[in-house]
Design a protein around this ligand. Structure first.
Ligand code: FAD
Length: 474
């Protein structure tokens, strides 16, 4: 028998449910496959740096699989539809008896997998696994068997199910008895613009696991005090690995439990605080399955589609480039553009600024983030944007509007983060860093840094009026 493991966003050999199941029969011939779909990636706005990160991890995966006697086949075609057609032929040529894959929950991915099952017919068994979450979508529901719309009761139900579920991590498969143990073919680079990866994100499962271990050992205790301070390295920075499946959430949870055995009992501790973020990740993925419209650029709260967004291409561009004249916003956007990663607090601040200060459609921000992020993930990104824009489930109420200056003062008081990203402000004293032009005026100096592109107090009023009008019209 031939077992085919189709890798998608689960680029690891440890704790990979599909791979593990495919290897269970010691007699089976196991082969692996990855299909690049550049046209589809373009449609999904995938960041070139994320494509490069995937490519580097594929190379590493190819070696780890080869050591176990499992060859990784690689194919490139345009989009998901083409990948299904091609796979049908591949299964015939390779006389595949069963396909093993880990589910993806986005709508196009789910339709593709349905199409594959139909295309290969009854001769090839398809085994699909819930692997990228601690608990599968649809398994955490209200008394009426519905998905929660509010996070806190979801978390409560989630935690009680989690303690009953089997969340052990699976080992990497053993080397097959038969099968070439060396890499046969070099992987062709994807036909996609590739970009260099920031050096902070090392390649490989080992690197990701080491980072997880040291974070849970040395930093997680201080997570609650540090997680909101962008100048401090207080969060795990593991999101790029979780997004493409170099690391699984079970590995995160189990490592956390090993280092902090009382994580579930001490709900005011840093370890629980970190677990809480992993549960947000689950919440957003469960939501896109319950409401697939979220994958189609639709807001959860329908009336918010009636907001008259401003068409302001120059201001949108200034936001993208980090030239809005609001230092915390600009430093954050420059961090994103340079590294592909942005601190969570800053993601909230820049999202609020785009939507609530510039009154620009949140979809512009969602799209731009996707095109830059190393950790781009539809569910988390859409969830974050719809939260910030007050269009989603359990989102910030529309009248909650961050003041970008006071946010900066609260979370980057001395301007350490700002100065690291905006050299034009290096001479500005700490106490003036959030309002640099006021300082410059007193000093009779001219800064090579833009004036604020919008007046926050006025923008706030306009936004409230725009949301209220849309609500009244609905
Ligand atoms: P940690 O604080 O160490 O958290 C651990 C893990 O939990 C993260 O790696 C991530 O997988 C998950 N997580 C943490 N916070 C959230 C959250 N609010 N929602 C969902 N999962 C979370 N996260 C992405 O992974 N991809 C995205 O495309 C993405 N886009 C976002 C867009 C906006 C507007 C906002 C407000 C948030 C977005 N997030 C996204 C969530 C969050 O900002 C990042 O996951 C986090 O900053 C990653 O850093 P970390 O790994 O150090 O997180």
């Amino acid at each position: 028998t031939t077992h085919l493991v189709w890798f998608r966003n689960d680029l690891r050999i440890t704790d990979n449910r599909a791979l593990h199941a495919a290897c269970e029969d010691p007699q089976a011939r196991v082969i692996a496959l990855f299909i690049a779909t550049p046209e589809q990636w373009k449609q999904h706005e995938m960041a070139p740096r994320q494509a490069a990160f995937i490519y580097q991890h594929l190379q590493s995966l190819q070696h780890s699989l080869a050591e176990r006697g499992i060859p990784l086949h690689y194919h490139q075609c345009d989009d998901f539809a083409a990948s299904v057609n091609w796979m049908k032929g591949f299964c015939e040529t390779e006389t595949v008896d069963a396909i093993f894959y880990n589910k993806q929950y986005e709508i196009n991915e789910r339709l593709r997998d349905d199409a594959l099952e139909k295309a290969v017919g009854a001769d090839v068994l398809c085994h699909a696994f819930d692997d990228s979450l601690l608990l599968p979508p649809g398994s955490v529901t209200t008394g009426n068997n519905e998905m929660y719309k509010v996070y806190t009761p979801f978390r409560r139900a989630f935690l009680s199910r989690l303690t009953e579920s089997d969340s052990r991590s699976l080992p990497a498969p053993k080397a097959r008895e038969h099968g070439q143990k060396t890499v046969m073919h070099k992987l062709m680079p994807f036909d996609y613009p590739l970009e260099n990866i920031d050096e902070n994100f090392a390649v490989g499962e080992d690197a990701a696991r080491n980072q997880l271990r040291s974070f849970c050992r040395e930093q997680v205790q201080d997570y609650l005090q540090q997680r909101d301070l962008p100048a401090v390295d207080g969060t795990s920075s593991l999101s790029p690995y979780l997004a493409i499946g170099v690391l699984s959430p079970r590995q995160c949870f189990n490592r956390l439990r090993t280092e902090c055995p009382d994580v579930l009992d001490r709900t005011d501790g840093g370890a629980f605080g970190w677990l809480n973020e992993l549960i947000w990740r689950e919440f957003y993925r469960h939501l896109i399955v319950a409401w697939p419209k979220l994958c189609k650029h639709q807001p959860f709260v329908g009336w918010t589609d009636g907001v008259h967004w401003r068409h302001a291409p120059e201001e949108l561009q200034a936001w993208k480039e980090g030239k809005t004249g609001y230092p915390i916003v600009d430093a954050a956007m420059r961090q994103l553009n340079a590294t592909g990663w942005m601190h969570n607090r800053l993601r909230m601040i820049v999202a609020s600024f785009l939507v609530k200060d510039l009154l620009i459609n949140w979809r512009e921000g969602e799209r731009y983030f996707m095109s830059q992020l190393l950790d781009g993930d539809l569910a988390a990104n859409n969830g974050g944007w719809q939260w910030g824009a007050s269009t989603g489930t359990d989102a910030a109420p529309y009248f909650r509007i961050f003041n970008p200056t006071t946010q900066g003062e609260r979370f980057d008081k001395a301007g350490r983060f700002i100065k690291a990203w905006i050299p034009e402000l290096s001479d500005v004293p700490e106490k003036d860093i959030h309002t640099p032009h006021r300082w410059a005026e007193k000093q009779h100096r001219v800064l090579d840094y833009p004036l604020p592109i919008i007046d926050h107090a006025r923008a706030r009023k306009d936004t409230l009026a725009a949301f209220e009008a849309a609500k009244n019209r609905s």
